[in-house]
Design a protein around this ligand. Structure first.
Ligand SMILES: CC(C)(COP(=O)(O)OP(=O)(O)OC[C@H]1O[C@@H](n2cnc3c(N)ncnc32)[C@H](O)[C@@H]1OP(=O)(O)O)[C@@H](O)C(=O)NCCC(=O)NCCS
Length: 185
């Protein structure tokens, strides 16, 4: 049952996490590990989602993780998170990640990703989240975009599942022959 009185504005849970990229976060090439950024993204998504939900949340899916530019040791990384969409027990948190070189002041946009989280009640079962008050046209645009994103993601999952059931390796050897692989079976 939807509680029509239980709504929270986007601004209530908007969260920014800023962290200095220290040498132990770097890979052998001297750049920051993608996994470090993913962990920070999960942390800020959790903080934002659980603040909106008023409950603990779990991560269900992550979309749009494309690291567009490398992050350097010494950069200040800021992750800006806000609730873009709410369903019944799930919500989608959009995260914009930027890296700033503190000496030059140059700011790089490294990625924007979308975390779907589900709120859990004391019984560990999914529980309803408050509705979302859209305070700006931008909030409205993000909500609509999230609906589209969910729809496309579901369609993609269905198509992928269907193609797996019809994909016979013997019938598609010509496709493998065009790729950079050697068939050794
Ligand atoms: C996420 C989880 C609670 C879903 O449980 P479930 O029994 O499938 O629950 P439901 O079918 O009622 O779905 C709950 C919500 O999750 C959403 N959901 C479930 N699977 C989803 C998926 N693959 N993508 C997007 N949303 C999904 C449903 O749409 C539903 O949203 P709604 O209530 O807003 O409509 C359960 O799978 C879980 O606990 N997973 C482990 C999560 C975890 O531990 N993450 C940390 C990383 S290890």
């Amino acid at each position: 049952m939807t509680d029509n009185n239980n709504f929270r504005p986007v601004s209530y849970s908007r969260t920014t996490l800023t962290e200095l990229m220290i040498p132990s976060y770097a890979n052998f090439g001297g750049k920051i590990h993608g996994g470090i950024l993913l962990s920070l993204m999960d942390k800020v998504a959790y903080a934002c989602a659980s603040k909106h939900a008023g409950n603990y949340c779990v991560t269900v899916t992550v979309e749009g993780v494309h690291f567009l530019q490398p992050v350097e040791v010494g950069d200040l990384v800021s992750l800006k998170a806000s609730v873009n969409y709410v369903g019944n027990t799930s919500l989608m948190v959009g995260i914009r990640v930027i890296a700033e070189n503190v000496k030059t002041g140059k700011v790089k946009h490294t990625n924007t990703s979308y975390f779907t989280m589900v709120a859990k009640g004391d019984d560990d079962k999914p529980t309803q989240v408050p509705g979302l008050i859209l305070e700006t046209r931008e909030d409205g645009r993000r909500f609509l975009e999230a609906i589209k994103r969910r729809e496309l993601s579901r369609r993609y999952e269905t198509e992928l599942a269907n193609s797996k059931t019809i994909l016979q390796v013997e019938d598609a050897l010509h496709l493998l022959q065009q790729e950079r692989c050697k068939i050794a079976f």
